[in-house]
Design a binder for this molecule. Structure first.
Ligand code: PEP
Ligand code: MN
Length: 443
């Protein structure tokens, strides 16, 4: 947001950056990306900022979701369409229940870089660099695949462009038609073991849509929608190569996506990631784990939202089900005293990960739901707005998280465990979550 300190982040320590062996190749990739067209348009970032301002004021709800880590090989028409469909289906249920617009933000078209707790991984006595996302290296455990390769940054740029292109075509071209989305929801309910439980809400939505049609309201707002793209701003070489100055306003934007967030491992107050984000005008998210304290949160606001712009900052809490009730309260109170209109979103995934007996990293549906319930309880007690949810999901029928209406059990995790990083809710589990969160509004 500040123009005076532009690029000051370059002098600060940047956590979680790859050790690129070929620096000359990195420089040439960065210079090619710096000359390439941006992936999104500055006005779109401003539109999302306005929408998030509405969320911050309690007039809208944020649904943010997608893969933990996108992979280059899985960018296909089908996977993008499936992810979009599940977001639209969840949004339809949540819009009705919360009775406010749902701002849809995909974790997609750029979510290719991962922070890791260990820089290396050892298997059978062989030690190689950890997988850091397809933007950096490959998941295969070989020296060749695990060596960071800057050419991947260009592949990520092109894969993100293709994803965004399809997303825009689908959302503008009729695939987001609300009647059709509701039909998919009816199909989900009909086949769900929790059919009886969800049917009432689905019937109510039927009647609401019937009312809208009867009133002759068949406008384009029912056939098209806005879906924004977001990812973690982790690789500062890539992100800075896609920063552009808007010729109309002179403001700088990170045009690799509409919204960028800073992860729990890179939100150091004196680190490069926070400084980088402070120098661009996009909406910014910051993950807050259970160790975040009120001073951190106030300092983040001063650094990232000095002008107190509603929706500029989204705090994404990821405390774990056992700690959300205890830890979140003080942070929300601290923010209230600053005059900032932030969005509070709940990431119920990252504090609830454990290893199943089979060795798979997984999460329980009930733990995820319990963290969201705790998040709602804290906001209800304080009279603040539970602004949204941030979830890892996919439109496919994978078996990565346990539980949900169709009960994935831990013995079944191996059947379709396809994530390159963290376990995602599958399509049915995502819909279960939407219906269960919806129930919270009528409780
Ligand atoms: C993530 O969102 O995939 C992630 C790494 O989260 P966090 O920064 O909250 O650990
Ligand atoms: Mn993750």
């Amino acid at each position: 947001m500040e123009h005076s300190n532009r690029e000051s982040w370059r002098a600060l320590p940047a956590a979680q950056q790859p050790d690129w062996p070929d620096r000359a190749a990195l420089r040439s990739t960065v210079s090619a990306l710096s000359a390439a067209p941006p992936l999104v348009f500055a006005r779109e970032c401003d539109t999302l900022l306005d929408r998030l301002g509405e969320v911050a004021r309690g007039e809208a709800f944020l649904l943010q979701g997608g893969d933990c880590a996108e992979t280059l090989d899985s960018v296909s028409a089908e996977s993008v369409r499936n992810k979009l469909e599940v977001l639209l289906q969840m949004a339809a249920v949540l819009t009705y229940a919360a009775a406010v617009p749902v701002v849809k933000v995909g974790r997609l078209a750029g979510q290719y870089a991962k922070p890791r707790s260990q820089p290396t991984e050892t298997r059978d006595g062989v030690t190689l660099p950890s997988y850091r996302g397809d933007a950096v290296n490959g998941l295969d455990f070989t020296t060749r695949s695990r060596t960071p390769d800057p050419a991947r940054l260009q592949r990520v740029y092109h894969a993100s462009a293709a994803t965004l292109n399809l997303l825009r075509a689908l959302t503008a071209g009729g695939h987001a038609d609300l009647d059709q989305v509701h039909e998919w929801n009816r199909d989900f309910v009909a086949l769900s073991p929790a059919c009886r439980r969800y049917e009432r809400l689905a019937d109510e939505i039927d009647r609401a849509l019937g009312f809208i049609r009867a009133c002759g309201m068949n406008t384009s707002t029912l056939r098209t929608t806005e879906v924004f793209a977001s990812h973690e701003a982790l690789l500062l070489d890539y992100e800075s190569a896609l920063v552009r100055t808007d010729p109309d306003t002179g403001r700088r934007y990170a045009l690799s996506g509409h919204m960028l967030w800073i992860g729990e491992r890179t939100r150091q107050l004196d680190g490069a990631h926070v400084a980088f984000a402070s120098e661009v005008s996009n909406p910014i998210g910051v993950k807050l784990g259970p160790d975040a304290d009120p001073d951190d949160v106030r300092a983040l606001i001063d650094l990232l939202d000095p002008h107190r712009t509603p929706g500029r900052l989204t705090f994404i809490s990821r405390m774990g089900r056992g700690r959300v009730r205890d830890r979140l309260h003080g942070l929300v109170e601290a923010v209230r005293g600053t005059g900032a209109d932030v969005v509070w979103a709940c990431d119920p995934m990252h504090g609830n990960t454990f290893t199943a007996p089979s060795g798979h990293k997984t999460r329980r549906f009930d733990d995820i739901l319990d963290e969201i319930t705790g998040f709602f309880e804290v906001h209800r007690a304080l009279g603040t707005h539970p602004g949204g949810v941030h979830v890892e999901l996919t439109g496919e029928d994978v078996t990565e998280c346990v539980g949900g209406g169709s009960e994935v059990c831990s013995d079944h995790l191996h059947l379709r465990y396809e994530t390159a990083c963290d376990p995602r809710l599958n399509r049915g589990q995502s819909m279960d979550l939407a219906f269960r969160v919806a129930e919270w509004y009528s409780a």
